[in-house]
Design a protein around this ligand. Sequence first.
Ligand code: ATP
Length: 229
Amino acid sequence: MIEFQQVTKRYGSDHTALKQVNFHLDRGELAFLTGHSGAGKSTLLKLIMLMERPSAGQVVVGGQVLNNMPRRQVPYIRRHIGVVFQNHQLLFDRTVFDNVALPLEVMGVPTRDIGRRVRAALDKVGLLSKEKMNPMQLSGGEQQRVGIARAVVNKPPLLLADEPTGNLDPELSADIMHLFEQFSQVGVTVLIASHDISLIHDMGRRTLTLEHGRLVNGGSALGGMAHGH
Ligand SMILES: Nc1ncnc2c1ncn2[C@@H]1O[C@H](COP(=O)(O)OP(=O)(O)OP(=O)(O)O)[C@@H](O)[C@H]1O
C-alpha cells in the first residue's frame, strides 16, 4: 500500500530531512512511526499526502508512483487517505454530524447518502448518540474520535495519524489505538506517528524509527521486500 524506495527529502540546499528511506507497508498493516523531534516524521507523512515531493527516490502509494503526479490529480489521490491530527481540527461552529459530513460534501456525495455514511462512521467510533452536539461540548477523547470518524467517513484504504493521542491520558489513548486496530483488521493500512514510547511498546506492533532522517529500525534493505516485523 505504501512503498518508499531510497527516498531523500531536502529542504533548501543544506537541510536533509529524510535520507535514503526504504520501507514497505502492506494492505491492512498497522505500524508506528517514531523518532526524536525533528527526526523527519511529519516530512515522511507529508510525502505520502503529497504535501511535499521527494528530492530523490520514489514514493508509491496504492500502486501509484507519486513523484510526478500532476497537481490537478492531487485532490483525487488525497481522497484515498484519511488523516487524523493531534489537535483534530474540528469546526466548533458546526455539529458533530456536520463535521463528519464535511469530506463527503466536498466530494459531492448526494445528500441522501450522506446521513447514512456519517452515522455509520459515528457508530464505529461510539458517538452515534452525540451527532447533534457541538464538538465543544465533548471531552478531548470524544473530540479525537469525531476526528477519526471524519477521517474514515469516505472509507479510505489508508489512514495516517500524526500524534493522535498527544493530548490524551493513557486510558483514552488505548481506546483510540483500539479503534485504529479495528480499522486495520478490515484492511485499512494505518501509519501512526507518535512520541509515546510506552504506548508504542504496549501495542507490540511494527515500529519505524527515524533518527536524523535515517530509518534505523523497521524498514527494509531495498525496495521493501524483507520488511522487519
Ligand atoms: N518546510 C520546511 N522547510 C525547511 N525545513 C523544514 C521544513 N519542514 C521541516 N523542516 C525541517 O526538517 C526536519 C524534520 O522535520 P519534521 O517536521 O519532519 O520532524 P518531526 O520528526 O516530525 O518532528 P516533530 O516530532 O518535532 O514534529 C527538521 O529539522 C525541520 O526543521
